[in-house]
Every structure is written in C-alpha cells, then in structure tokens.
Design a protein around this ligand. Sequence first.
Ligand code: SF4
Length: 193
Amino acid sequence: MHILLHICCGPCAIVPLEQLLEEGHAISGFFYNPNIHPLTEYMKRREGAIQVAAHFGIPLSLYDEPQGARIFFRAVNGREESGTSGRCGVCHAMRLARTAAEAAARGCDAFTSSLLYSRHQDHAYLKEQGAAAAGLHPGPAFLYRDFRKGWQRGIDRSKELGIYRQQYCGCLYSIEDRYAKDFERMKNAFPGA
Ligand code: SF4
C-alpha cells in the first residue's frame, strides 16, 4: 500500500516507519502540526522530522500552515482544557483531517499518524477521529496501528540518531502544564508582591 504517515515529530516517527517499511509499504511523510509553539520549538521538531525521513529514505512534505498558531488558537477557543473533550480532541481532529485530505489528493491507499506511537495519547479516540477524517474524503482509509509497543526502542533510536527530543506535548497550554510544578516551586522560593 502507499501510506501517508502524518509525522508529529522525529522521535515518534521512528517506530512507525520501521514497522511499516518492514511490512513492505511505500511510505510518504507529512509534517503538519500547527499545535507546536513557539516557532523556535516548531523549527526544532520540523528539523527532527526531516532528519528521520532522510534516515529512512522516505519523501517528506512539510505543510507549514501560514500563521498556524493563530489557526490553532482559534480552533481550540473555548475548549482550552486538556483531553479529548477539550483542546486535544480539536488538535487531533485538525491534524488528521488535513492528513486525510492530503492522502486523498495524492491517491494514497491509506493514512496513519505517528501520534499512535505515543503512550500519552488516547488511542480509542485517535482511532475514532482517524475514521471520521477518512470519511471526509473518498479513497484512503485510516490505518490504525498500536505503535506503543516500540516505545523504548523509539527513545533509544532517537538518542542514537541524535534527533531532537521535546520536553512537552506541543501547545502553549502544554508548556504551562509541563512546568506548573517548577513554577510553583519558584513562586514559593520568591513570592510576588
Ligand atoms: S496538549 Fe498536545 S495534543 Fe493536546 S492540544 Fe496541546 S499539543 Fe495538542
């Protein structure tokens, strides 16, 4: 099959690429992630995706949404809380929908996502959203795979290859969540007025 793989970042793409190429599929990569903030972080993850694609010898398209952050924030407005009923549901749906459209335009047989490598994502929800995205366009089906079994291998290989590894999920809200405890410690040490 010709499969379009949505790539959220380099490290998460390693295990999906290993497995799908091993199975004999033709894979094209698609980097579309307006949820990654700020731009400096986006650039690092974009570069990581390029490095991984080059390592595996697959073509990679980079869909740099003009003013992507604004589009993301408009989309999650009113649903800023974490989780599939909040911003993460919107975030997944927008990336899968764009990938489905791209896969249909290219005449791919299927599309899938490196998000399915992450132990932090809700797989049942991703499966549902992938199928919904496939339903928006005739042609390619959503290919569900549980890539989480390769979790440690993906970490080890990304370190061996020197691929940038992020410290938070992606959006500004996830930065707040990730560093909330550090910030509390800082506030306790140096209280404000
Ligand atoms: S926490 Fe991650 S999945 Fe959720 S909205 Fe932010 S970037 Fe998207």
